[in-house]
Design a protein around this ligand. Structure first.
Ligand code: ITT
Length: 192
C-alpha cells in the first residue's frame, strides 16, 4: 500500500525516508495544500495534517507534528516551534530568540524535551497515533553543522543533535522514538 507523507518540511522527509526504509512500505510525498494548525496539542495538529492529506489524495496519510518544549518557559515554544520567531523567520532567528529568552538561565535549569507525534489516517477513518520524546537541555550557543531547526542548540549528553551523525540522532531522537512505536503499531494494524 502506498502512504502519503503529509509534510512540507524536507528535513522531516529525509528523516522519515531513512528510518522507514526497513519497513518496506511505499511512502511518497504529494503536492498538498497548507493546513492551518489550529490544534492545541501535537496530537491534534498531527491529526489535522494527516486527515487533510488523506481526504485530498484518498490514500492513507502520515503526518508529524513536533517541537521543542523548554521546562523553564512552561513548555514553549512547543507546538509553536516552527513559527516561534514569526512567519518568515529562519532557523537562525528562532535559535537566537530562544537563546535570548534563556540568557539569564543557568545550565542546570535549561532542561528541555523534543516531542514528535506521528498520526496516520486511513481512508476508512481508522487512525494510528504514536508519540516520541527525547529529553535534553538547551546549550548556551549553537554547535554542529548537521541536522535542521533547533538541532544546533539541543544537547543530549555532551553533543547537540547537530553534532551527531544521522544514525546517532535517529537512535535517540523524538522522531526516531515515535517512528519505532509507529512501526510496531502499523505492523499490528496491517496484520489484524
Ligand atoms: P509540516 O507541518 O509541513 O510537517 P513544519 O516544519 O511546519 O512542517 P511542525 O509544525 O511540526 O512542522 O513544526 C516543527 C518545528 O519544530 C520545525 O519546523 C523545527 O523548527 C522544530 N523541529 C521539529 N523536529 C526537529 C528536529 O528533529 N530537529 C530540530 N528542530 C526540530
Amino acid at each position: 500500500m502506498q502512504y502519503i507523507l503529509a509534510t512540507h518540511n524536507q528535513n522531516k522527509v529525509r528523516e522519515f525516508s531513512r528510518m522507514l526504509e526497513p519497513l518496506k512500505i511505499e511512502v511518497t510525498t504529494a503536492d498538498l495544500p497548507e493546513v492551518e494548525e489550529t490544534g492545541t496539542t501535537f496530537e491534534e495538529n498531527a491529526y489535522l495534517k494527516a486527515s487533510a492529506a488523506c481526504k485530498v489524495t484518498g490514500k492513507p496519510a502520515i503526518a508529524d507534528d513536533s517541537g521543542l518544549c523548554v521546562h523553564v518557559l512552561n513548555g514553549q515554544p512547543g507546538i509553536h516551534s516552527a513559527r516561534y520567531a514569526g512567519e518568515n523567520a529562519t532557523d537562525a532567528d528562532r535559535i537566537a530568540k530562544l537563546l535570548d529568552a534563556l540568557k539569564e538561565v543557568p545550565g542546570k535549569d535549561r532542561l528541555a524535551k523534543f516531542v514528535c507525534v506521528i498520526c496516520c489516517v486511513f481512508p476508512n477513518g481508522d487512525i494510528l497515533t504514536s508519540r516520541g520524546e527525547c529529553p535534553g537541555s538547551i546549550a548556551f550557543a549553537p554547535s554542529g553543522a548537521d541536522g535542521f531547526g533547533y538541532d544546533p542548540i539541543f544537547l543530549v549528553g555532551d553533543k547537540t543533535f547537530a553534532q551527531m551523525n544521522s544514525q546517532e540522532k535517529d537512535a535517540v531522537s523524538h522522531r526516531g522514538n515515535a517512528l519505532r512505536t509507529f512501526q510496531k503499531d502499523l505492523q499490528l494494524y496491517c496484520n489484524k
